[in-house]
Design a protein around this ligand. Structure first.
Ligand code: SAM
Length: 172
């Protein structure tokens, strides 16, 4: 199987330069049916997901219409702002249940919270929900996550590098 570390480097994902690749190496399920990432950027991580999970459906969303121009292999991409509740409700209506959700978007707490509220209901049991670069708005987003009901279990908070923090949540 392709290593996720190699796929991030080969495909030019920005995760290969900030230490988060080691977190993914530890937490990613071997087999999945569907993954969604918020934040397509130059398409590096989209291409890596497609390579790492050749049989899975890969989805991406980004606020920047320019993202439609990047080569994201066989991923399905959407353009829109994750803080737009109506748009997110529409997106949830067309997506399958997801095994992995990755928030690598604006890194603003309000956007992270809006995305979590919209998407967590379609995370499969035992799925993982990753919020990257927590250091940008640590207190706000952790306050929100800690206020969630008990059946939404905190899995682990990682320090990917000295200043970058990543949080992983899952349903049990
Ligand atoms: C760090 S880049 C993504 C990098 C990519 N995931 C990778 O690893 O190669 C962050 C992206 O989030 C997008 N973004 C910022 N705010 C957003 C929002 N409110 N909704 C959706 N996407 C947003 C930006 O346009 C940008 O392309």
């Amino acid at each position: 199987m392709t290593s996720i570390l190699n796929a991030f480097v080969r495909c030019g994902a920005n995760k290969s330069v900030n230490g988060t690749e080691y977190v993914y190496n530890e937490i990613l399920p071997d087999k999945i049916n569907a993954l969604l990432e918020i934040g397509i950027g130059m398409g590096g991580s989209m291409r890596a997901w497609c390579e790492f999970y050749p049989d899975a459906k890969i989805f991406g969303i980004d606020i920047d219409p320019g993202c439609t121009r990047v080569d994201v292999s066989r991923a399905t991409t959407f353009i829109g702002d994750v803080s737009d509740a109506e748009l997110m409700a529409g997106l949830v209506g067309v997506l399958p249940m997801l095994d992995v959700i990755v928030d690598d978007g604006s890194h603003k707490a309000a956007d992270q919270q809006a995305a979590f509220e919209a998407l967590f209901p379609i995370l499969k049991p035992d799925g993982v929900y990753v919020i990257e670069d927590l250091h940008v708005a640590t207190v706000e987003i952790l306050d929100f996550l800690n206020s969630l009901p008990h059946d939404v279990k905190f899995h682990r908070e990682y320090t990917a590098t000295i200043e970058r923090r990543v949080v992983v949540w899952r349903l049990n």
